[in-house]
Design a protein around this ligand. Structure first.
Ligand SMILES: NC(=O)c1ccc[n+]([C@@H]2O[C@H](COP(=O)([O-])OP(=O)(O)OC[C@H]3O[C@@H](n4cnc5c(N)ncnc54)[C@H](O)[C@@H]3O)[C@@H](O)[C@H]2O)c1
Ligand SMILES: C[N+](C)(C)CCCC=O
Length: 512
């Protein structure tokens, strides 16, 4: 079961002996030395003389150095992708699907290794990281299957003539990722793009650059042509160079609303949210409480679709809040590589301070901290420099407070009470964002009536934050454009060509 991790070395022999049974990596012991850029089938250095620190959130120590790509490197990556596109786009869907299925198998075999790297670079718990790797693999499998189903329409016309349409790939697609689901986002973007015959240059967040390069190696090992999936590292400058590159046909972007607004081109925008979760008095309380925790504390609360405005019907408000607070206080915070950990570290020191700042602001505006909202220092000395906080539930919230209006992107839940369905729908929809929404009720008619009126792209009834790859995911209003996952995404990575076929003679109206 013990596997060697190529490209990575552990700090000490003791660490290499592994802290937990069968663990390949132990927190605080890994240093990554390999370059993190990848194009034309190989890992590559970035701009000469440029280096940025990448941290391990669980300990606060430096994990590796990122060499950002400038114009020259972005050009090389795009050139590699252009070359790969020529042959890849000519393969049948079945042939493309075969390579992708092999990539999915490789991911399955490396599940633990990838999950551990995600934990070390992102700070989320190993339990969640494994599920993210599974979601990435399933997404690649799913689109591998759909690759051979891409088809157009046949339109019969008078006189035996006809027209047909077919779906053609766009060319080189750019993928830009956020830091909360680094490996999963890289897969969710690359799988539909490659299945449709495109190639991709992907730029992960500079905070979490590690696992996208692993995905690039996996595709290459699976038989993808050199340059099919490339990774350029860097921040705003690299992202902007990539998005504005004249040979990039489409951008699929996951990140915040302000950055999304800067990206122009045919785009898929997967942006932030401030989603509502509506809990009616006839809900199964146990499930509603679990749903609220799922909606707020996965990935240390760093989930775009989180239902952070929890509206609870007044009759069950006290009981619900007391149960939510009790369960929140019981969440095990600590070393993200330990099986027992349910909440790891936030992604960076600056982000931790930002989230804690939101809690302070909430207090100033009159909210009551019902639990959490404090920096947390784990007992193990090696974790003392890590970026931890206790998950927070805020009471006495009002709709106009900053904590209720703005995306916090951390483990902070605001609870609000309501009286009527009409009132809660008005308040739930009173936001410029519209990524997700949820409703808990035993009344099936109410559930559908409410969901029909919720202005959100991804709605959940009696659960929350469940995203099977077969189902489209994305937002309304400023939360995004386009969708990820599901069959519909194929439309966002292809263009429709119409061909008219004359079966008779040309009737030329310009001649008599
Ligand atoms: N809707 C979704 O599916 C989804 C999923 C995950 C995260 N998110 C959102 O992402 C945000 C958190 O991620 P973040 O802090 O990394 O977001 P961010 O907007 O700061 O950065 C996202 C990516 O954009 C890059 N970037 C920055 N400036 C750019 C520019 N001018 N041109 C091109 N790229 C540029 C960054 O380097 C990074 O890779 C939250 O708002 C969260 O809700 C949305
Ligand atoms: C629903 N998941 C699986 C938590 C992923 C959502 C992606 C957004 O941050």
């Amino acid at each position: 079961m013990l596997r060697r991790l190529s490209h990575y070395h552990r700090g000490t022999a003791a660490a290499a002996r592994l802290s937990a049974a069968f663990r390949c990596v132990s927190t605080g012991s890994l240093t990554i030395t390999e370059p993190l850029n990848f194009w034309a089938g190989q890992r590559k250095p970035g701009q000469k003389g440029h280096k940025e620190h990448v941290y391990e959130p669980a300990t606060g120590r430096i994990l590796c150095h990122l060499e950002p790509c400038g114009a020259a490197e972005v050009n090389q990556a795009v050139e590699a992708a252009k070359k790969a596109f020529i042959n890849w786009s000519k393969l049948s869907g079945m042939e493309r699907g075969r390579v992708m299925i092999e990539a999915a198998h490789l991911i399955e075999g490396k599940r633990e290794e990838i999950a551990e790297m995600e934990v070390v670079n992102n700070g989320k718990s190993i339990t969640e990281a494994r599920l993210d790797v599974d979601s990435a693999r399933l997404c690649i499998e799913y689109y591998a299957g759909l690759a051979s189903t891409l088809a157009g329409q046949h339109v019969q016309l008078p006189g035996g003539s006809f027209a047909y349409t077919c779906r053609e790939p766009l060319g080189v697609c750019a993928g830009i990722g956020a830091w909360n689901y680094p490996f999963q986002i890289a897969a969710w973007k690359s799988a539909p793009a490659l299945a449709c015959g495109n190639s991709m240059v992907f730029k992960p967040s500079p905070v979490t650059p590690v696992t996208a390069a692993m995905l690039a190696e996996i595709y290459a090992k699976a038989g993808a042509p050199e340059g099919l999936f490339n990774v350029v590292q860097g921040g705003q400058e690299t992202g902007s160079l990539l998005c504005q590159h004249p040979d990039v046909a489409k951008v699929s972007f996951t990140g915040s609303v302000p950055t999304g607004r800067k990206v122009l081109k045919p785009v898929t925008l997967e942006l932030g949210g401030k989603s509502p979760l509506l809990i009616f008095k006839d809900s199964d309380l146990e499930n509603a409480v679990k749903g609220a925790l799922m909606a707020n504390f996965l990935s240390q609360g760093q989930v775009c679709s989180n239902g952070t405005r929890v509206f609870v019907q007044r009759d069950i408000f006290p009981e619900f809040v007391s149960e939510v607070v009790k369960r929140t206080q019981a969440i095990e915070i600590g070393d993200p590589l330990l099986e027992s950990t349910r909440m790891g570290a936030l992604v960076s020191r600056s982000h931790l301070h930002k989230v804690l700042g939101f809690v302070e602001q909430a207090k100033k505006e009159g909210a009551t901290v019902l639990c959490g909202g404090e920096p947390f220092v784990p007992s193990h000395p090696k974790l003392r420099g890590g970026f931890y906080m206790t998950p927070c539930v805020l009471g006495d919230c009002r709709d106009e407070m900053t904590c209720v209006k703005e995306e916090i992107f951390g483990p902070v839940m605001s609870v609000l009470s309501f009286e009527t369905e009409e009132e809660v729908l008005r308040r739930a929809n009173d936001t410029t964002m519209g990524l997700a929404a949820g409703v808990f009720t035993r009344d099936v008619r109410r559930a559908h009536r409410v969901v029909e009126q919720l202005k959100a792209g991804s709605c959940f009834i009696n659960n929350y934050n469940i995203t099977p790859v077969e189902v489209p995911f994305g937002g309304f209003k400023t939360s995004g454009i386009g969708r990820e996952n599901g069959q519909v995404t194929l439309e966002y990575y292809t263009q429709l060509k119409t061909v008219y076929v004359e079966m008779g003679d040309v009737e030329n109206c310009t001649l008599d």
